[in-house]
Write a protein that binds this ligand. Structure first.
Ligand code: NAD
Ligand code: MG
Length: 384
């Protein structure tokens, strides 16, 4: 039996992880399940999986969680400190599935324990960059990439020497707005932006997918996970999302990983690693899919990947600023305060105006840059 904690258990990646655990119930013991404030869902899951502890990071939700868990024998806790404490509990694997930089401190806590972390929370790695990869090395932790592209690359690198890589190709579906004109993009509503053609995901990553910030964040994520040099990572639009990414070697051999557009597949690859486990998804039917197509990204209509590449080249605090500004911009767009095309414009504005440090040395440094960039983005929004 193996033990697992799921940070962000009530979200989309949390759901897919728990679906797998349901299928393999006898093999897993659940230690901690966390959520921001979805009390009844969290309490139901904690009871179903007989978790040791359930944590709401929003402390105001703790009384309701206590009540929902009364008589169950499951510990209830609340607040940021409790979330971090839960992430420190020893387990065989931690699923890091909180959305946004809010997940960084708990991920760092799990890393400092020297654990194995299945990382879905890309914003944490984008913001912390070397602070996180250094901590992984120092504490002997293991990061397994859940993001489908990075999981694909991880699989395509297995058994090969990374020094022999000529090019990593990150595939991108292009999102639901791929074919819209600049004028049409101006008028996109939150409902249109979150309606992803291939993947069923949380609201934030769905908007990121529509703006291509998701691919921008993934470029930075890949840069930290697979140190081949940023110039050896390119983006290719592949609307069917069948090839999840590719690695080309210097002998002109290209390895690709294919699979259904179901997060259960990369999640299973992390949970079972280095073995495999069965997933309750339909296998790929290539004859039914028929055609796979590929396009170069259009950075005029979707500037996010250009901004992310420049931020990654600059390094230091710049990717954390980009991420924080994007989180604020996505929130404002989802709340109906700004048009779709303002998301990238706001990020660019914050990047230009912020006076951030060239180097980040600690988690506190990252969190300070993140907070300052959020304040700056808010200030820009409120002045207009
Ligand atoms: P989601 O919005 O569906 O779920 C987020 C989870 O985090 C929920 O459990 C929520 O309660 C919790 N949470 C939200 N704000 C929090 C806060 N401030 N503090 C603590 N917990 C908080 O998100 P998701 O789509 O499951 O994505 C989770 C992460 O995985 C993101 O970083 C996303 O980019 C990444 N990811 C998701 C998918 C996908 O298919 N959904 C694919 C690849 C990567
Ligand atoms: Mg992805």
């Amino acid at each position: 039996m193996r033990s697992i904690s799921i940070l962000g258990a009530t979200g989309s990646v949390g759901d897919s992880t728990l679906k797998l655990l349901r299928k393999h119930r006898a093999d897993w013991r659940v230690e901690a399940l966390t959520a921001h404030c979805s009390v009844s869902k969290l309490a139901d899951l904690a009871r179903e999986f007989d978790a040791k502890i359930a944590v709401v990071s929003d402390e105001a939700c703790l009384p309701a969680l206590r009540e929902a868990l009364s008589g169950s024998g499951i510990e209830a806790a609340g607040g940021r400190a409790a979330l971090i404490e839960a992430a420190k509990r020893p387990v065989d694997i931690t699923m890091a599935a909180i959305v946004g930089c809010a997940g960084l401190a708990p991920v760092m806590a799990a890393i400092e324990r020297g654990g194995t972390i299945a990382l879905a929370n890309k914003e944490a790695l984008v913001s912390a960059g070397e602070v996180m990869t250094r901590a992984v090395a120092e504490h002997g932790a293991t990061l397994l990439p859940v993001d489908s592209e990075h999981n694909a690359i991880f699989q395509c690198l297995a058994g090969n020497d990374i020094a022999e890589v000529r090019m990593i190709t990150l595939t991108a579906s292009g999102g639901p707005l791929r074919l819209l004109s600049p004028q049409e993009l101006e008028r996109v509503t939150p409902d249109q932006a979150v309606a992803h053609p291939n993947w069923d995901m949380g609201a934030k990553i769905s908007v990121d997918s529509a703006t291509m910030f998701n691919k921008g964040l993934e470029l930075i994520e890949a840069h930290h996970l697979f140190p081949v040099g940023l110039d050896k990572i390119r983006i290719l639009v592949h609307p069917q999302s069948v090839i999840h990414s590719m690695v080309e070697y210097r002998d002109n051999s290209t390895l690709a990983q294919l699979g259904p557009s179901e997060m259960m597949v990369p999640i299973a690859s992390c949970l079972a690693w280095p073995k495999r486990m069965e997933t309750p998804c339909e296998p790929l039917d290539l004859a039914k899919i028929g055609e796979l197509t590929f396009f170069a990204p259009d950075e005029e209509r979707f500037p996010a990947t250009r901004l992310a590449r420049a931020a990654c080249e600059e390094g230091g605090a710049t990717p954390a600023v980009l991420n924080a500004a994007n989180e604020i911009a996505v929130g404002a767009f989802l709340a109906g305060h700004i048009p779709f095309t303002r998301i990238a414009a706001l990020v660019e504005d914050v990047l230009q105006k912020s006076n951030h440090p060239k180097r980040l040395d600690s988690l506190d440094d990252v969190l300070a840059v993140d907070a300052a960039a959020r304040r700056q983005a808010q200030a820009i929004l409120e002045n207009k």
